[in-house]
Design a protein around this ligand. Sequence first.
Ligand code: HEC
Length: 125
Amino acid sequence: MKNTITLVLVIISSFTGLQSCYYDKADMLYPNTISCDTTAVVSYSQKIVPLFQQQCYSCHLSASMGGGILMGNYAADKAMAVNGKLYGSVSYASGYSPMPKGANKLTNCQLALVKKWIDSGSPNN
Ligand code: HEC
């Protein structure tokens, strides 16, 4: 009986494992179906903040959890964009701690949006 339960758990967990893989690769599998509009102006408030809320602010609103790196307001986020650490960390460039820590790398689309925002002068738009 115990073995059956273990077997069922193994099957369920391998299934959810496969599923998360599948979603991780979604933007590689369907490169054109996800709306990844990098031609438009990238808005800090509409694109960058929601992404950071999802991926970064959980640690970086508090200095103790985020290794002393604070994010979460325009001035702080812009400073990190300008000094190169933002793109260095999310693009896994050598010499930077890869971010988001302990999670999957951002998708190509998310990286492209961050890069475009930085390249356009990281405006507060
Ligand atoms: C789970 C917590 C956590 C999350 C989520 C997280 N960080 Fe970090 N971050 C850290 C810690 C801790 C450090 C200190 C360095 C280290 O431990 O790697 C750090 C360091 C950094 C640094 C400095 C890197 C360097 O090499 O100087 C930057 C920039 C950074 N984070 C940006 C981000 C961004 C942008 C995101 C979201 C895309 C993010 N972090 C998500 C915990 C986190």
